[in-house]
Design a protein around this ligand. Structure first.
Ligand SMILES: NC(=O)c1ccc[n+]([C@@H]2O[C@H](COP(=O)([O-])OP(=O)(O)OC[C@H]3O[C@@H](n4cnc5c(N)ncnc54)[C@H](OP(=O)(O)O)[C@@H]3O)[C@@H](O)[C@H]2O)c1
Length: 263
């Protein structure tokens, strides 16, 4: 199926690794012009190099921290320098640290709110004028399946992601009349560096091996495995594409059925 993404301009933040990188790759494969981002310049240029090796790849890399208050405006200026508008905005950021209530100070909470909620707000505010120039504008926030079913020892993510989902649903209503679609994907356990680190920490805590922790997590899923980044990326790419033109305000769980609730 043609997703009509050829020559569309897509920005995806926090995309030098993991879910963001896999999505950037899928967008490149579909013919989009892709702007990638991450804080570490070396990791980012390595990601760009990998994407540049794909056929007909057109990728721009902009280094910076999405939790920094000035970064979104700087990023949009850079995009405006190259292009007349923006068709797709995918807001992603690194996840907050694992832990329970006693592990975090109020400053830790504020830092997590800044990265996990306010980065989405700032990016969307800054990108809106550019998106309004597109005939097929679309925003996707990357959140977490923890919104549907809180995960053990992940109190920051469990709490703050719900606000990002509230933001997404509110904006689907607010932006709908101007044609901008706004959706969210709530990923479940997907095999990225972050998950590797989280399971490594669990292995140390449980005096087990990381392989055992992967196995335990896989058994939580009806499919008996955790997801692959490209499985997430294909869904994200479809949702932001013009083909999904009547999907708006959706909070799509991509977790292999791990969430056992009906809704
Ligand atoms: N993988 C999963 O199973 C899963 C499940 C639910 C939710 N999520 C959420 O989905 C998001 C992506 O997860 P992932 O597994 O892909 O993580 P990952 O493998 O750790 O990759 C994170 C990417 O984001 C970049 N990044 C981190 N903080 C950033 C910041 N402040 N500004 C700009 N770039 C930043 C990193 O590069 P630099 O470090 O160089 O900046 C890297 O490219 C996270 O919020 C995570 O909590 C993931």
């Amino acid at each position: 199926m043609d997703l009509f993404l050829k020559d569309k301009i897509a920005l995806i933040t926090a995309s030098s690794k993991g879910l963001g990188f896999a999505t950037a790759k899928q967008l490149v494969l579909e013919g989009a012009i892709v702007i990638i981002n991450g804080r570490n310049e070396k990791t980012l240029s390595n990601a760009k190099r990998q994407l540049d090796s794909l056929p007909e790849s057109r990728v721009i890399a902009v280094a910076g921290d999405v939790s920094h208050p000035d970064f979104s405006d700087r990023l949009m200026k850079e995009i405006q320098y190259h292009f007349d508008g923006l068709d797709i905005l995918i807001t992603n950021a690194g996840g907050p640290p694992a832990g329970s209530l006693d592990d975090f100070s109020i400053e830790d909470w504020e830092k997590a709110i800044n990265t996990t909620l306010l980065s989405h707000v700032r990016l969307i505010q800054a990108a809106k004028p550019l998106l309004l120039k597109s005939p097929t504008p679309s925003i996707l926030t990357i959140t977490s399946a923890a919104v549907k079913q809180p995960m053990p020892n992940m109190i920051l993510s469990n709490s703050i992601r719900s606000a990002t989902v509230g933001l997404t649903k509110s904006l689907a209503n607010e932006f709908g009349p101007s044609g901008i679609r706004v959706n969210s994907i709530l990923p479940g356990w997907t095999d990225t560096e972050r998950v590797h680190d989280l399971l490594n920490t669990r292995a140390q805590f449980n005096h087990s091996s990381i392989e055992e922790e992967y196995q335990k997590q896989a058994l939580e899923s009806p499919l008996r495995r955790i997801g692959k980044p490209e499985e997430f990326a294909r869904v994200a790419t479809f949702l932001v594409s013009p083909v999904a033109s009547y999907i708006n305000g959706v909070m799509l769980v991509v977790d292999g059925g791990m969430n056992k609730g009906t809704y």
